[in-house]
Design a protein around this ligand. Sequence first.
Ligand SMILES: Cc1ncc(COP(=O)(O)O)c(C=O)c1O
Length: 383
Amino acid sequence: MTDRFSHFREQLDALDRTSRLRRLVPRSPAGNQFIENGAEFVNFGSNDYLGLASQPTPSVSRRGGGSSSLVCGWTDVHEQLADRIASLESTESATIFPSGFAACSGVVATLPGPNDLILSDELNHASLIDGCRLSAADRVVYPHRDVLAIESILQQQRSQHERVWIVTDTIFSMDGTIAPLVEICDLCDRFDAIPIVDEAHATGVMGTNGSGVCEALGVKSRVPIRIGTLSKAIGSQGGFVAGPHVVIDYLINRCRTLIYSTSLTPSAVAAAMAGLDSIEGEPERRARVQALSSRLRASLEIITPPVESIVPIVPVILGDVTTTLAAAKSLADIGLYVPAIRPPTVPDGTARLRISLSADHTGQQLDRLIKHLRRGDPFRPSA
Ligand SMILES: Cc1ncc(COP(=O)(O)O)c(C=O)c1O
């Protein structure tokens, strides 16, 4: 019986030989720390940018969604959450998905049609990539943030397609870089293309009101379709898309990851509402994580444009997998958890430590991390 799966074992063994085998590790989180095998770690690996995930869930009267949104799983609170997201995003409408992955993959798979073209950044999240793969449209992947490459593809291919969609993350999850949205919007105007962005790592963190990078760069009104997650800064679980009524109505009728999946659980909806309350009512959380992020970059002498310096994802690219794992272990040995990110999550030769910051981190915790990174201990080959 097991022989039928021996090819999986061989592949797992091959991953193990190249230090790429990954395992689930049970951890007990408490605030910005967790306990693993009895040892305590400060968590620099979570996407809980505003420190909201560790807050208690508001009590709800029922446990499950019960059915898909279209059948009878859409409740008054789902409607209220969708309205609040539309209001945060300043769009006509919004709807909610079971996860950010379902939102990204579903929207990109559904909106571009058979005679269309999708242009997609090479470092886009897997969920956008899978959406491209599922779509009936033609696809071209452009080099990371390369506006000239986008222009050249549009010059060559625009006329052969009915519609063109430019799909990009606004903050790239493994690099902490920001998409050149102003330039992309200019190209969309020039070539009659439509931008679709994923604000997964930006909602709650970027922009004066916390709606994301589109707000921070002043292009909210130029980017009609904006996807996001409830699972990172908002501190809950689930995904959303915000846009014009006609687009949201079309998705409700056509998007398979929305139609054929149970609606978001009521406890996740309530937690997301509480997260939005904090984003609106406690801007000091946003200001704090932004300040910690620029302090970390300044201390590590990482020079970026001002808008990028406040992004709470700071990669330290070390290149090879062994060095990166050793660096992560050396930080873990002193109680600091910084995940080692390896291929295939990042391109070959770019393994890295990915530091993510939270408004919950104390100045002392950050200082300890900075001290050890600056001393270079984690990067020295072990004796
Ligand atoms: C850029 C990006 N988009 C989408 C997602 C998916 O969001 P979720 O975790 O809510 O499924 C993630 C999460 O890992 C992400 O990093």
